[in-house]
Design a protein around this ligand. Structure first.
Ligand code: ZN
Length: 339
């Protein structure tokens, strides 16, 4: 995978003319996968173009030039989900190509809550983390952290909606759209029955476990981990030859990877249940799970906290943990030895 001088080769060619572009990220994830799928008329479908940073723009300009792909040949931009590392450059590409941007309505609504003119996510997230015991001094960092993403998702695109249970033409073929709950609200996966390929966003990743977090808001999934695990069980039944994920590299052993992800979360649930001999807040569990240093970085803390809460909510729903509330702060303790 590494080219001369140890630099990562940004483009990998896959059969049928597919291109995987490793768009750089300023996080420990290192890169997000964009995919360019050739169309019968000479154009391209672009999947998940990446986060809007100077580095990402420079990479795209170099890749398009080298491959002689003009902006005008991009026929459509398709987004698996609205996380900024996937969505951020959609508007930038739309400005240059005039291509439609497709995503689910739920995913679009979420972008408005995060980065729209009447954004409400910060207030909701603050209230959620306060109710689960995160200290005030740490919650003060939430606003700046969320604000730091606005430039990285601007300009924001005009969106056409696609929904789960539908179909979309890409690569000259007919793809099924699949609802994929748990990791991101409104996430869609794309499955092609004849070639047995799946574009699986961040729902199934090789080598790393997708973040499954409790997110605030009235219309959110109340138990995202259960939704995720139930969906993985369904997804394992798809006949997949090659899976194209949002991070790391395409991989063949789709059902095996799903089994590993399910096992990972079952272990995590047991580990957390074992901590709850004494009542703990979500924040206290988070620190025990991820270590005190997680609090040094708001980006990591936010995802660690949301992930912890998703597990606590599932333990509660399964009857393995009981929630008590005092002074507006929730605590969880083990109820029975279910996990
Ligand atoms: Zn994501």
């Amino acid at each position: 995978m590494n080219g001369a001088g140890g630099r990562r080769e940004p483009v990998t060619a896959w059969p049928d003319g597919w291109l995987q572009i490793k768009v750089p990220l300023p996080f420990s994830l290192r890169w997000v996968n964009a995919y360019l799928l050739p169309e019968p008329g000479g154009g391209w479908t672009l999947i998940d173009p990446g986060l809007h940073t100077e580095e990402a723009v420079a990479l795209w300009e170099a890749v398009l030039k080298e491959r002689r792909i003009g902006f005008g040949s991009i026929e459509r931009i398709v987004l698996t989900h609205q996380h900024p590392d996937h969505y951020g450059l959609a508007g930038w590409f739309q400005e240059r190509s005039g291509a439609p941007v497709y995503m689910s309505r739920a995913a679009r609504d979420y972008t408005l809550r995060l980065w729209g003119p009447k954004r409400s996510f910060e207030t909701d997230l603050n209230a959620l983390f306060k109710a689960h015991g995160m200290p005030d001094v740490l919650r003060e960092g939430i606003a700046g952290h969320l604000e730091s993403f606005v430039a990285k998702v601007s300009p924001q695109p005009a969106v056409d909606f696609i929904e789960a249970g539908g179909r979309i033409a890409m690569n000259g073929l007919d793809w099924e759209t699949i609802a994929a709950p748990g990791h991101a609200r409104g996430q869609l996966l794309f499955y092609q029955r004849e070639s047995k390929r799946i574009i699986c966003g961040d729902q199934v990743l090789p080598r790393i476990t997708p973040n499954i977090g409790l997110v605030p808001g009235p219309d959110e999934e109340s138990n995202p981990l259960r939704a995720f695990l139930d969906h993985l069980t369904e997804l394992a039944m798809y006949d997949v030859k090659l899976a194209f994920p949002g991070h790391r590299d395409p991989f063949p052993n789709f059902a095996d990877r799903i089994a590993e992800l399910i096992a990972h979360h079952e272990r995590r649930l047991q580990e957390i249940a074992a901590m709850l001999a004494e009542p703990l807040t979500g924040y206290e569990v988070c620190i025990r799970l991820f270590g005190a240093r997680i609090a040094d970085d708001m980006h990591h803390l936010r995802f660690a906290m949301a992930e912890t809460l998703a597990h606590l909510v599932e333990l509660e729903a399964a009857g393995a943990a009981v929630r008590t509330e005092q002074g507006g702060v929730a605590r969880f303790r083990a109820a029975a030895n279910i996990y």
